[in-house]
Design a protein around this ligand. Structure first.
Ligand code: APR
Ligand code: PHB
Length: 401
């Protein structure tokens, strides 16, 4: 690249944010509210980022953060607050009263892409930079006080001199890979199954989510709005979606979710189908020098506990506060504890997601003993106040610190 086409970016305080998923956008927003400039760099197009269908369960802490951060208006109007969930097994549905067991905490159904849309609107209104379709992004001098991000945008080579870089670039990003391997430990677990997910134009027949273990495997009933349902079926990790006609999907969903009281999901036009892999990843620490990893760049959880988006939001809230404190002359104590605090929350979420996953899925090679044991665990869960409270506390999430 000719140096004459090179642009050098630098504000008074500048945080380089890689990735415009929920983590990067929320971090940029929180920093903006604190008067701190940032540049957000995203490799995909704006349409792709907004349209990508992901999870949709917001913990109470995420909802509180959205409101605190002034991005909760539409969430307040359109989000669907759920105070309980159903666990279905042996043909029967059992309700867990999450709000009753946690002093009024609940979850809110609001699609991740709606969160992204709301944050993007505020970013554009702020006038601060958010670039899509950047290429050749790389991060440098991470172990100095002047880290840099290089990238190309619209055919021009750029370099941003930053005070901090936030790696919010998800599980396939470049930031994690920029940490020298000797400074990073990765813990991973692959699950021997995946989820086939659909979005359907059908009004939800249950007011609340239904998690089911059936002899045919796991299924989940969820929703996005009063007219759209979101459903998942346990499938093989290499499942070919083309082998699943709409009729086959609905037949399987009804067989796995339908219960003795006559309840079942109602079929409708399938708007989208896809396979979600199931894995757990944690990288330790979540920091290298002036690079801070947040969200999926630092950890992946299987979707059974609905923790991915919420962990990302907890990370960036801590990171924004720590950066703000350091600019305000308050020292770096919060930056220094960013990783340890995040890892504590992450491992708790990993444990919970692993537990929900193991309890609700059938595994190849399992014995009849294993299945009976799973049913006994579910039976205990729905008949013990202590066990239900444990699930409820973890599901609605602990307050963000
Ligand atoms: N340069 C710039 N951007 C990149 C690069 C790169 N080299 N690599 C990836 N990205 C972008 C991706 O295109 C994506 O938009 O980083 C963004 C990361 O966003 P997410 O994957 O949504 O991750 P995060 O913001 O951490 O959100 C966590 O995502 O795990 C899902 O649904 C899960 O709810 C969870 C949430
Ligand atoms: C979803 O609505 O997409 C959803 C709900 C609960 C989960 C995972 C995904 O555990």
């Amino acid at each position: 690249m000719c140096p004459c086409l090179s642009v050098f970016l630098r504000g008074l305080f500048l945080v380089g944010i890689v990735g415009a998923g929920p983590a990067g956008l929320m971090l940029g927003h929180l920093l903006h509210r604190a008067g701190i400039d940032s540049v957000i760099l995203e490799s995909r197009s704006r349409e792709y980022v907004v349209e990508r269908v992901r999870a949709g369960v917001l913990e109470q802490g995420t909802v509180d953060l959205m409101h605190e951060a002034g991005v909760g208006d539409r969430l307040g109007r359109e989000g669907m607050r759920h105070e309980g969930i159903y666990i279905r097994f042996g043909g029967a549905r059992h309700r867990i009263d999450m709000a009753g067991l946690t002093g009024g905490r609940a979850i809110t159904i609001y699609g991740q892409n709606e969160v992204v849309k709301d944050l993007m609107t505020l970013r554009f209104a702020s006038g601060r930079p958010l670039h899509f379709e950047v290429t050749d992004l790389s991060v440098h001098d991470l172990d100095t006080r002047a880290p840099r991000v290089r990238f190309q945008h619209e055919g021009v080579q750029h370099e941003a001199a930053c005070d901090f870089i936030a790696g919010c670039d998800g599980s396939h990003g470049v930031c994690r890979g920029a940490v020298p391997p000797s400074h990073l430990q990765t813990y991973e677990r692959e699950y021997p199954f995946a989820w086939l997910g659909i979005l359907a134009s059908a009004p939800p027949t249950s007011q609340e989510l239904v998690y089911s273990l059936s002899e045919r495997g796991f299924a989940l009933f969820s929703m996005r709005s009063p007219t759209i349902t979101r459903l998942y079926l346990q499938c093989a990790p290499d499942e070919d979606v083309n082998g699943w006609s709409d009729d086959r999907i609905w037949g399987e969903l009804i067989a796995r979710l339908g219960s003795d009281d006559g309840w079942a999901p109602k079929p409708g036009a399938i708007l989208q189908k896809g396979v979600t892999p199931m894995r757990s990843v944690v990288v330790e620490p979540m920091r290298y020098g002036r690079l801070f990893l947040a969200g999926d760049a630092a950890h992946i959880v299987p979707p059974t506990g609905a923790k991915g988006l919420n962990l990302a939001m907890a990370d960036v809230r801590r990171l924004a506060t720590a950066i703000e404190e350091s600019y305000a002359g308050g020292g770096e104590a919060r930056l220094d504890e960013y990783s340890d605090r995040g890892l504590r929350r992450t491992w708790r979420a990993q444990r919970f997601s692993w537990w929900m996953t193991s309890m609700l899925h059938r595994q190849e090679g399992e014995t009849p003993f294993d299945y009976r044991r799973q049913l006994a665990e579910l039976d205990y869960l729905v008949s013990s106040q202590a066990a239900m409270t444990s699930l409820a506390e973890n599901y609605v999430g602990t307050p963000f610190d």
